[in-house]
Design a protein around this ligand. Structure first.
Ligand SMILES: *Cc1c(COP(=O)(O)O)cnc(C)c1O
Length: 388
């Protein structure tokens, strides 16, 4: 169907941080399938885990329990700390659908509305879409039968005004990925926590893009020492295998009754084995430290580039956006690809960089060195043919 337009490149093979297209051209992958391929491509730990699990037992459905999902739930709870339970889904949007049903189940009868952030992104299924603050993708598919109120991202005053004792839940991202890797101000999550404690609204934190090491912490909220009531995960968790997770803390751990929710494929053994391999590898290879170091190097070099197209950079860990001085992101993406680099024009004036967490200093250096030339070429292309 035409919903993705016509993707400009057909990828066929990947190895580490390199991928090849159908014509045999090589690219350095600096987007990792939208912050998903955390271990790069063909990582032996992930390949072995998947092959072993597919050979042993590939599927059980939720009629039966299996070892991998128990292990994965225990690993996640261990990393998060505290009193929590996990529901496994197959994607980000499904993790948020689970969160939505969970907070509805847990809410007292007088609570009837939700609060979410302008320009936020929570997924494309109807519940998650109702909470998504990007008007162009939400509006064509409403009405949703849900009272959702939007406030500016990171604005605690606006949020405080919007949330009272009739609010079911607040849905936020620590940094808005799809809006262009836009962080909330420091202290925002602590403010959301305090507000939710005061009003009794549930605090749902969407870490589908930020979680599992992307920011240099297991979870972005851990950098601020704040714990949400419900946490959703997906993207980087499976390292390329489809999996989502909805974690409930405290009373949200037990809010679902038997029969309240389910998924045939959710918690699939192969996807869980992949996620366990991702977590083990991040831990064994000290990748959180690596992500912080590589992110620091990237940020430092980006700050130093003096170019008329580049206004600055933002983000954390290996999750950054080049802030452009105008709507030139599509040109930058195109000129980067011509030179063998995959980046993402996430907004008209922002280019997202989210490489595999295993990217080496040498690989990063090659991109940093090429960037001024890419920007020059993008500038030339923009002058020749201004974008609408
Ligand atoms: C990608 C994303 C989603 C949706 O995940 P899908 O797997 O595409 O359904 C939800 N929330 C955030 C923050 C995301 O980045």
């Amino acid at each position: 169907m035409p919903n993705y337009g016509i993707p400009p490149i057909a990828l066929t093979v990947g190895s580490g941080c390199e991928v090849y297209d159908a014509d045999g051209r090589q690219y350095l992958d600096l987007i990792a399938g939208i912050a998903v391929s955390s271990l790069g491509h063909g990582h032996p730990a992930l390949v072995n885990a998947v092959v072993r699990q597919a050979t042993t037992l590939a599927h059980t459905s939720n009629l039966f329990v299996h070892e991998r999902e128990i292990q994965l739930a225990e690993r996640l709870i261990g990393l998060l700390g505290g009193d929590a339970k996990v529901f496994f889904a197959n994607s980000g949007t499904e993790a948020n659908e689970a969160a939505l049903k969970l907070v509805k189940r847990a809410a007292s009868p007088g609570r009837h509305y939700f609060v979410a952030a302008d320009k936020g992104f929570h997924g494309r299924s109807l519940g998650a879409l109702a909470l998504t603050g990007k008007d162009v993708i939400r509006e064509p598919f409403g009405p949703y039968g849900m009272d959702v109120r939007f406030v500016p991202h990171g604005d605690l005053e606006a949020l405080t005004e919007a949330v009272d004792e009739h609010c079911v839940a607040v849905f936020v991202e620590p940094t808005q990925g799809e809006a262009g890797v836009v962080p909330a101000p420091e202290g925002y999550l602590a403010g959301v926590r305090a507000l939710c404690d005061r009003t009794g609204a549930a605090f749902v934190l969407d870490e589908i893009q930020s979680g599992i090491g992307r920011t240099g912490h297991w979870f972005a909220h851990q950098a601020e020492e704040v714990r949400p009531d419900v946490l959703t995960l997906a993207k980087g968790l499976g390292g390329g295998l489809p999996i989502g997770a909805c974690v409930g803390f405290g009373r949200f751990a037990d809010a679902f009754d038997k029969g309240d929710h389910g998924s045939t494929f959710g918690g699939n053994p192969v996807a869980c084995a992949a996620a366990l391999a991702v977590i083990d590898t991040i831990e064994d290879q000290d990748l959180l430290e690596h992500v912080r170091a590589m992110g620091g190097v990237l940020a430092e070099h980006l700050e130093r580039i003096d170019h008329p197209l580049l206004a600055g950079q933002r983000g954390s860990g290996l999750w950054r956006a080049l802030e452009l001085t105008g709507p030139h992101a599509a040109h930058v993406q195109e000129q980067a690809a011509v030179r063998g680099f995959l980046v993402n024009a996430v907004a008209p004036d922002a280019v997202r960089i989210a490489p595999p967490l295993v990217i080496t200093p040498e690989e990063l250096a090659v991109f940093i060195e090429a960037l001024p030339t890419i920007l020059d070429a993008a500038e030339a292309a923009a002058t020749k043919e201004p974008q609408p």
